[in-house]
Ligand binder design. Sequence first.
Ligand code: BGC
Length: 764
Amino acid sequence: MLKGGFMNSKIKSLIKNLTLEEKVSLCSGSDFWHTKEIERLGIPSVMVSDGPSGLRKQDYEAGENKVNTSIKAVCFPTAVNLAASFDVDTVKKVGEAIGDECQAENVAAILGPGNNIKRSPLCGRNFEYYSEDPYLSGKIAAAFINGVQSKGVGTSLKHFCANNQEYRRNSYDSRIDERTLREIYLKSFEIAVKESKPWTVMCAYNLVNGVQMSENKRILTDILRNEWGFEGLVVSDWGAVRNRVKGIAAGLDLEMPYSYAAYDKLVVDAVKNNELAEEDLDACVERVLEFVYKAIENHKDGVVWDKEEHHILAREIANECIVLLKNENKVLPVRNDEYVLFVGGFAQKPRFQGGGSSHINCVNIDSVLFAVQWNSKVKYEEGFSASNDSYDEVKFNRAVKAAQNADKVVVFAGLPDLYECEGYDRGHLNLPKVQNDLIDAIAKVNPHVIVVLENGSPVTMPWIDKVEGILETYLCGEGVGVATARALYGKINPSGRLPETFPLRLEDNPAYIDFSGDVTKIEYREGIFEGYRYYTKRNMPVLFPFGYGLSYSTFTYGKMTVETDEMTDDETLEVSVDVINESDIPGKEVVQLYVEADIPNSRIRRAARELKGFSKVSLDPGERKTVTFILDKSSFAYYDTDINDWYVEGGDYVIEICKNARDVITSRTVKVMPKKPKKPVYDENSVYKDIMEDPNAAKIAKPYFDKYLFKDPDTSSSDEVATEAFGSDPEIFLRDTTLRNVVNMSFGKITYEDMRELIDKLNK
Ligand code: BGC
């Protein structure tokens, strides 16, 4: 933020001049969306607003207290769609457009992006989050933030952290082991913080490992600021504050919204009674003021934004986010001269955004029926409502009847608004029964059925084998209808990829047992095996894997090259692969790079593979392009809780170029060694195997082990029964034996003192 220089000294002098009460008051909002003004010292107030799939700024003309009435704005594709684009340039464009809107509307920061991991497909806010993969989430979040902030407008990276469900969202405790927290739930934030420096981070409602996030000094200060170098403001989620005194000590700078000074007196008293250090309060005040003045300094008068232009942009962005899931017998694209029946209320009333604080008040919504008005070969039957799951037999039967005479039928299915929303989780993965039944019934009378889905997170598809085509449009923003029509008719070539696994059944999800339930402590027992890390490790069948998506083009891959076969973890590695468009249709391929540790004796549980690079390339017919990735330590490391740091275990790593998390196209193995190998620490509980696998330790320990009873003719048993019981190879039995057990069983040949001496030597 504004470090050094004039502004820094201005802020310091303001802090000196503020009374204790004024300082405390600055640490909470003045209303739902504004920071406080202190007229006496000329400290201005700035406004923040929701989003982030568009601008959701309160419309004050509707009334001061109408906090949920917002001005008209453009709704871009939701977070899940942006992640499905697998394209940082696309996402940055959305950020830039929203940045312009914020400038024009004098909004200092937009409250997003949401960067929580989709632990379960049931989370009611999954449409607001990017992915089940922290690397993809972090990169997409960083692109969004960089886009917005390039316009001199701040962002609020939320909800920090481990806020993965809506059930009891203000009070549940995410119980997560340290490695999992670091590798999965903090990782998406770490990448975004380091690569885009958000102006603000929003602390989540929940607790993490017993500590309310709004009081979590370890995460808000030790990790976020001290380890990752975050210099911005930490703001509470709306109503996330429980104990403001603890919050200030933990580094929670700004409480939102205004809590009617509920906590101000407590904070003032705490400072007066020396229960809260005034420096901690000053640090929060300084960051609030830095944010306010940064916003003021970056504000540009006279920025205008054109709703029509942004509407067109919303369509362009939507083009990048649609995922083609099935295309049997080349049922897609549909030809203009084919007689096509559109079925389903969503064709008329699309579902293109989710409910809750991200809901945009749109001006202009493209339905797919509007988008195909030019084509007289398209007929429409509602079949079922988009608003609920009720049956209407007349409509149902009319749709089935009309389907008999069509060349192709496109069913627009999806989740009605009530099925997924901020504030509550889903109970199942099913589409409304009426929709599944109608798809079934239509597939019986017409062999060429295409299903277009409008949903914020995975659904089951009991009819999957009965239809020829499936397009997943998620919640694609207000341009959804035009983008979908373009994809159906081949005006664009679908190029999105799933940013999450679609399981076959809810019960397959690794968080299934521990997710929600009637408890406040939510154990993340699946650990690092979250999302595709679990399905791939178990080699389980899924409906569609992470990273999956088809194209109308056919892509092939050339040889993969790696810069070297051996490296240390302080070096980088360049990996290249050629992609070729073998078809006569221009298209975009998403090249995905995963890394798999191939270390047979490893003591570290690793996922089968982890995404470490992706790149979307546009290829004309017959065109070949080389895609290059640079890998570094973070591509190979795991979080080691012995040393509390990232560590690369020495050994082989397979670099895989994949179509998706399950489909490896080509791979190369590289040996990566740690530059500074971790020094093993030995004690009484160290086992024979570990010591003997460490060449230095083995040399020192061998003479001791040689004295062990089975190797000593005096104590070795020649009894056949004993051999039967313990085997004829003493080493097998010895493998997992601790040093102290060796002492017990050596009949005095190895003493306790010998063991201490050995441990000392080993640790030297
Ligand atoms: C949500 C945030 C949102 C805030 C302000 C909270 O309930 O969790 O995502 O930014 O409200 O509307």
